[in-house]
Ligand binder design. Sequence first.
Ligand SMILES: Cc1cc2nc3c(=O)[nH]c(=O)nc-3n(C[C@H](O)[C@H](O)[C@H](O)COP(=O)(O)O)c2cc1C
Length: 232
Amino acid sequence: MTFADPLFRPFAHKGLRLPNRIVMAPMTRLKSSQQVPDEAVAAYYRRRAKGGVGLILTEGVSPEQKSASGYRRCPAFFGEAALEGWRKTAAAVTAAGGAIMPQLWHVGPFRTPNMAPYPDEPTLSPSGLLKPDAERVGEPMTDSQIADVIEGFAKSALYAKECGFAGVEIHGAHGYLIDTFFWPATNLRADGYGGSGASRRRFAIEIVKAVRDRVGPDFPILFRYSPARDRT
Ligand SMILES: Cc1cc2nc3c(=O)[nH]c(=O)nc-3n(C[C@H](O)[C@H](O)[C@H](O)COP(=O)(O)O)c2cc1C
């Protein structure tokens, strides 16, 4: 036995069955015009599964919330055309012996103002900040905007289940929307979503709970986290 052998052992937990423990990191590709992943996207992920990756995390994709996307050609995870592309992608990967989960990514303060296809939508963040002591990029999120984002994650997680994905990953890292709630320097809120560590984590917890309620007890939820910023 070598130190690498465990990587090649199958993995099973509840409904998740993986042929090995090799996981492909989520990597933004920006190859989806009109936010719709096409045959080339499906073929790209299928090749990775065929090459032996046990679990593929897709590029960051937008949950169903109009301010979620910050980049042209970043695929959506809502709307019939995009979901049809994702259905084909999941089927292609599964047929090649792999498993795939979308990474749901709300870019929050990284969104370019006036961005297509929803130029009138505001840029969302806990306190209008992309980084400490910087120019404001928007207004602090209202309660209804917070509820709308949570609902968007829940809806897209359910689409992932319905489209044949093996689970879902929530992008809570790298300074994007969820991470800016964790970080005291970008979360200056005085309500129940800011202040103590527990309050700064509330937004993320509400997203995970809403997703869990929607997808049921056995559908895997992964959460990507940048611990360096979340200092209590
Ligand atoms: C081109 C590129 C795009 C990336 N896009 C994402 C992304 O969409 N979501 C994400 O969480 N990380 C993204 N990352 C970070 C990777 O998931 C990973 O953490 C990084 O490449 C470091 O991997 P390593 O620790 O194996 O070197 C991206 C990295 C690269 C190189």
